[in-house]
Design a binder for this molecule. Structure first.
Ligand code: HEC
Length: 178
């Protein structure tokens, strides 16, 4: 009995290390985080098929600090909240949620993808993983590689205060790599 227990324990530890630890957590409460920016991608854009709609980018406290310094510490989480749009009478409104894209900084866990774990939660459902770690490199990281010098982050926060002494970097429009 005792012997069996000794053998079983490392097996449990190993399997949870492989399957559980690398999974990017659902970013609970992200709508209360810092709003970085929004963007509408309409028909005619090269990435309309994949990213058409309106997206809002949110950063948790560590990621907000990263936008300011250009270096993102472990624990930084950035959310790409993509919603469909509907247009009427010259107005564009949000419609159903398409995906909640996540970048989660953990330099050890996600060393193979620049220290960022990438995941997409289909329709924003915490239980619907559209990417999984096996596909993160090809589905997400290969494109984000273009921003290596910016810690793989495309967006830049527009200044959230005009006060002198504000150290935010200037707003820049993301240049989509297509
Ligand atoms: C074809 C290129 C491309 C692919 C593929 C791609 N992204 Fe991005 N991603 C971008 C661009 C460009 C932005 C900046 C958008 C903006 O400024 O509004 C961005 C922004 C983001 C952000 C906000 C942080 C940042 O870098 O600005 C997250 C989070 C994100 N993407 C997650 C993902 C995930 C998860 C995947 C895989 C499912 C993915 N991305 C695939 C190009 C890409």
């Amino acid at each position: 009995m005792f012997k069996l227990g000794l053998v079983a324990l490392p097996l449990v530890a190993l399997s949870s290390g492989l399957a559980g630890a690398a999974e990017v957590p659902y970013p609970a409460g992200y709508r209360d985080w810092h709003h970085v920016k929004s963007m509408v991608i309409g028909p005619g854009h090269g990435l309309y098929e994949a990213f058409g709609g309106i997206h809002h980018i949110y950063a948790n406290a560590q990621a907000k600090a990263g936008y300011a310094s250009g270096k993102f510490a472990d624990g930084a989480v950035i959310v790409f909240d993509l919603l469909d749009t509907k247009s009427a009478d010259g107005a564009i409104e949000e419609a159903g949620r398409k995906v909640v894209g996540v970048m989660h900084k953990d330099s050890k866990q996600y060393a193979a993808t620049g220290g960022w774990g990438f995941e997409g939660f289909g329709a924003g459902d915490p239980n619907t993983r559209a990417i999984t770690q096996a596909k993160a490199a090809t589905a997400c990281f290969e494109c984000h590689l273009a921003r290596r010098e910016n810690d793989y982050v495309f967006s830049a926060a527009r200044p959230w205060s005009q006060a002198p002494g504000n150290h935010q970097r200037a707003f820049e429009t993301a240049r989509w790599p297509c």
